[in-house]
Design a protein around this ligand. Structure first.
Ligand SMILES: Cc1cc2nc3c(=O)[nH]c(=O)nc-3n(C[C@H](O)[C@H](O)[C@H](O)COP(=O)(O)O)c2cc1C
Length: 211
């Protein structure tokens, strides 16, 4: 089937994009509310787009009522947010944080998530997360139905067991983030495999011999 996105209605575009572009990593985003409480919400329109500068991007749409989500309002006001990566152990609490609580409800408290003050920003970070990133807003890109938040990572926390002995590379036996597929379908990264690129010369040789 072919779909002309220039003619499709918004709901169909959303359905097709989110059904087929995945798995998408989940950022459990924490921010500070106007009264100083913590706010947390999961976002799967999320990824890393640069290391120089180190930039992550969130895509946040308004609520069905048209109102801005607390995460965006807080980010606009404070210019700061933290992203916790989500693994299986955090999955249920992540879903609780995604419920539509009133603005002044501290989702971290409701979900029973332990936190600590950020090292470089005034936002609480989730200490039970395998890793988290403290971010300052680099810029906001505004669309009528979505705000793209570009955040510069200023600090990273990693649980020691998620790293190898030298503390340089990930330990894939322990760090196994979950990601969103379509609707309520998720996937975890517990079946990792190594895929090595062949040498160009070998590819050309195989091509010449018609293999
Ligand atoms: C796994 C998952 C991923 C989500 N991803 C997004 C997203 O990328 N953008 C978005 O606007 N809402 C997303 N949501 C919905 C928000 O988390 C939800 O609207 C939340 O209540 C917003 O909270 P806030 O008002 O405290 O910001 C997602 C929800 C779940 C469960």
């Amino acid at each position: 089937m072919e779909f002309d996105f220039t003619k499709l209605e918004m709901d169909s575009r959303y359905r097709l994009l989110t059904n087929f572009i995945g798995p998408r990593p989940i950022a459990l985003v924490t921010t500070r509310s106007p009264s100083g409480r913590s706010n947390a919400a999961p976002m799967s329109f999320f990824n890393v787009f640069s290391h120089e500068p180190p930039i992550v991007v969130l895509g946040i749409q308004p609520r069905l009522s048209g109102e801005e989500k607390d995460t965006v309002a807080n980010i606009r006001r404070t210019g700061e947010f933290a992203v916790a990566m989500v693994d299986m152990a955090l999955s249920q609490q992540m879903l609780v944080c995604g419920l539509g609580f009133d603005s002044e409800v501290d989702e971290l408290e409701v979900a029973g998530l332990p936190t600590a003050k950020g090292a470089q920003i005034d936002v609480d970070c989730i200490t039970s997360a395998p890793c988290s990133f403290e971010c300052r807003v680099e810029r906001l890109i505004e669309f009528p139905r979505r705000v793209l938040v570009l955040g510069e990572v200023v600090h990273m926390h990693v649980r020691r067991d998620c790293l190898d002995e030298a503390g340089r590379y990930v330990n894939p036996e322990v760090y196994q983030p979950i990601a969103r597929l379509h609707a309520d379908n998720y996937i975890t990264s517990d079946r990792q495999f190594v895929l090595k690129a062949p040498a160009i010369a070998d590819v050309l040789k195989a091509d010449e011999s018609g293999e």
